[in-house]
Design a protein around this ligand. Structure first.
Ligand code: XUL
Ligand code: CO
Length: 438
């Protein structure tokens, strides 16, 4: 079966005067901004799992979606791929992302899983060529199967570590074959439920070993993509080791990987860690480990990861502002790690969700660019810190004086500095004045 989305063939930019619900009002892939097409700035990706695998379950109820491709066999896996690529083409979305488990039937063990995956990867290769869709990243699902209930790399059983390592190898091979631009590791079960049964030191060392094996293998096969860790503080485990960007950076330093691995930052995960999305992005940029984003939103009244499509362009603008300050995406992009609500049953709901998300991001991105061009925020910060690049600031930074010498200098010069306004409200006004509203 093809033509699952019988309502529409192609979604294009029609601008704000259009009343066609199947059109972009703000996302114009061909609009050139700073010598680059909008499509190449934003690097949108659709995800396989939420769109084509999740059946609409929640903790209180079962499946709500009936999809013709649901089932655990190769025929349905290929039908699922046909529909997925049909959606990517209709949306004209340049990238997609997948886990092995999303795309292949679950086999009886590692060998069958891998041969199923390889068959699907060959099928993807044809589809990607036909539809001109690229792979932003691939990943392994090391959290759904019960073998991983106590972790994958961090499992007390080394045989499960080995099974997970072999699975990651097969997924890096798949990503490499499909010319994926990144490879993601999200530690879904890499954490603990209770410290009463957990040896944290062993588990973190296991995770460090695992990640080093992944990096070694990447170099061995000449995979040029970026290895990304996706931080998340909790859910499904009570505490996950890849808690947030700061925590991941400490982990990478400890295992000598800070120049090898970057982060894939997700909006909802940042909120769960009690951070803003832009905090996580700005910190990753400051630490030199910014890679890519999973764009979505959480319902702030729910304490869990609701994975909704983004619809607040001011929040998005702040995120893109920091990405632009950092020089924009390199191998990363904007992956919509977002799912429908379980009452949104119609095929067209999948399209409408992405249209809204892509328009929200385009609007946020253009606001961020305007803010950057205006330059007032950057200028304010540069001025605020300017004394650090003058002689005295530099000598402190270069540790040319020890604490005693600094003390003598403060005393000798009778130093008693006056506080200066941080001007937050003024800067917030600049932000809002630059946010494009139409
Ligand atoms: C889970 C999550 C994952 C990763 C990939 O919260 O975000 O879908 O993005 O494993
Ligand atoms: Co994610």
């Amino acid at each position: 079966m093809k033509n699952f989305f019988s309502t529409v063939d192609k979604i294009t930019y029609e601008g704000t005067s259009s009343s066609n619900k199947f059109s972009f009002k703000y996302y114009n892939p061909d609009e050139t901004i700073n010598n680059k097409r909008m499509e190449d700035h934003l690097r949108f990706a659709a995800c396989y799992w939420h769109n084509f695998v999740w059946p609409g379950t929640d903790p209180f109820g079962g499946d709500t979606f009936e999809r013709p491709w649901f089932g655990n066999n190769m025929k349905q896996a290929k039908l699922k791929a046909d529909i997925a690529f049909e959606m990517f083409s209709i949306l004209n979305i340049p990238y997609f992302c997948f886990h092995d488990h999303d795309v292949r039937p679950e086999g009886n063990g590692f060998k069958e899983n891998t041969s199923n995956l390889n068959e699907m990867v060959d099928y993807f290769q044809l589809k990607m060529e036909e539809c001109k869709v690229k792979l932003l990243w691939g990943t392994a699902n090391l959290f759904s199967h019960k073998r991983y209930m106590a972790g994958a790399a961090t499992n007390p059983d080394p045989e499960i570590f080995a099974f997970a390592a072999a699975t990651v190898k097969s997924c890096i091979d798949a990503t490499h074959q499909l010319k994926g631009e990144n490879y993601v590791l999200w530690g879904g079960r890499e954490g603990y439920e209770t410290l009463l049964n957990t040896d944290i030191k062993s588990e973190i060392d296991q995770l460090g070993t695992f990640l080093n094996l992944v990096v070694d293998y990447k170099h061995k096969i000449g995979f040029k993509g970026t290895i990304l860790i996706e931080p998340k503080p909790q859910e499904p485990t009570k505490h996950q080791y890849d808690y947030d960007v700061g925590n991941v950076f400490g982990f990478l330093k400890k295992y000598g990987l800070e120049n090898e691995v970057k982060v894939n930052i997700e909006t909802g995960h940042a909120y769960l860690a009690n951070h803003s999305f832009e905090h996580e992005i700005a910190l990753a940029c400051a630490l030199g480990i910014f890679g890519s984003i999973d764009m979505n939103r959480n319902d702030i009244q729910s304490g869990w990861d609701t994975d909704q499509f983004p619809n607040n362009y001011l929040d998005v603008a702040l995120a893109y502002y920091h990405i632009l300050l950092y020089g924009g995406f390199k191998s990363g992009g904007t992956n919509f790690d977002a799912k429908l609500r379980r009452q949104s049953l119609d095929p067209e709901d999948l399209l409408l969700a992405h249209i809204g998300a892509m328009d929200t991001c385009a609007l946020g991105f253009k606001s961020a660019l305007k803010l950057l061009k205006n330059g007032d925020l950057k200028e304010f910060i540069d001025k605020r810190y300017s004394n650090w690049s003058k002689t005295f600031g530099k000598s402190l930074m270069n540790r040319e004086m020890n604490l005693e010498q600094i003390t003598r200098w403060v005393e000798d010069n009778n130093i008693n500095p006056e506080p200066v306004s941080g001007k937050q409200e003024y800067l917030e006004n600049i932000f809002i004045q630059n946010a494009i509203t139409k």
